[in-house]
Structures are given as structure tokens and as C-alpha cells.
Design a protein around this ligand. Structure first.
Ligand code: CMP
Length: 140
């Protein structure tokens, strides 16, 4: 395994319930280092660009509405096999299918309001990170 980076979002349902610290504790306990983090309000344009791959899906409008409905925390996580490690600690997209102890099992409200996002591959992570962070904001 090599050290890699992945992109993470703590979504509006998580910030609304003041869960930033609780979720960060699970991320750090999983062996990931938060090497960049900022709390932002996503614009519609940012959300539409970020989720462009889902544009044709029936839930696209709902997804953009939700992601712009409140503050989010965007993060860069670093560690050995960070993409997979993060996906493991997040749990399945649908919280009813997520394993015990995962972020989504513990905190997500539904498949839409599922508390966290994580990149699905290292290549996607690089693109997602570049959308929200400049190089000097990431301190490993
Ligand atoms: P995320 O990992 O951020 O990437 C795409 C998001 O679309 C996903 O998490 C879910 O929050 C959302 N999503 C996936 N399926 C559905 C669905 N059936 N209804 C609403 N939102 C969905």
C-alpha cells in the first residue's frame, strides 16, 4: 500500500447536527490524517460541477438542493490506501445497508442525507481535491 489522498465531504445533515467532531474522530480512528479542511457553503454551480457524473439521474436536482442547503466541511484525507480506508469507514451509501460502526450506520438519515461523501478512486480524488483546494492549503 502506498500513501494516497482522498477527498471527503461532511454533508449538510451532519453539520446541522453538529457532528463534525464526531465524524472526524471516526475518520482519524480509521488511520486517516485530515491534511486539509474548510467549512464552506457550496454554490449551486459548485454542486452541479461536483456531481456532474450524476446529471442524468432522477435524484440529481434533489442532490444539488441538499448539498447547497447548509454548510459542508470539505476535507483532504491522507493515509495508506486512503480511498478504500475512507470508503470502509463511511459504510454503504444507503445507511440501512451500512455495516455496524461505520459513519453512515451511526449518523446517516437516508440514502440522500447520508452525512458523508468520499472519492471512489484515486483518479477521481485528484479531480475532486483540485475543485476545492489549492496545493498550499494541503499540509501533510
Ligand atoms: P455521494 O457519495 O455523495 O455521491 C452521490 C450521492 O447521490 C450519494 O452520495 C447519495 O447521497 C446520493 N444518492 C444516491 N442515490 C440516491 C437516491 N436514490 N436518492 C437520493 N440521493 C441519492
Amino acid at each position: 500500500m502506498t500513501i494516497e489522498r482522498t477527498f471527503s465531504i461532511l454533508k449538510p445533515d451532519a453539520t446541522a447536527r453538529n457532528l463534525t467532531g464526531a465524524i472526524n474522530a471516526l475518520i482519524e480512528k480509521a488511520g486517516l490524517r485530515i491534511v486539509a479542511q474548510k467549512r464552506i457553503r457550496m454554490t449551486r454551480e459548485q454542486a452541479e460541477t461536483f456531481y456532474a457524473v450524476h446529471k442524468a439521474r432522477p435524484f440529481f436536482g434533489e442532490l444539488v438542493d441538499f448539498m447547497t442547503s447548509g454548510p459542508v466541511v470539505v476535507q483532504v484525507l491522507e493515509g495508506e490506501g486512503a480511498v478504500l480506508k475512507h470508503r470502509d469507514v463511511m459504510g454503504a451509501t444507503d445507511p440501512s445497508k451500512a455495516a455496524d460502526g461505520t459513519i453512515r450506520k451511526l449518523h446517516a438519515k437516508s440514502i440522500g442525507e447520508n452525512s458523508v461523501h468520499g472519492s471512489d478512486a484515486a483518479e477521481t480524488a485528484a479531480i475532486e481535491i483540485a475543485q476545492f483546494f489549492s496545493g498550499n492549503e494541503i499540509v501533510g
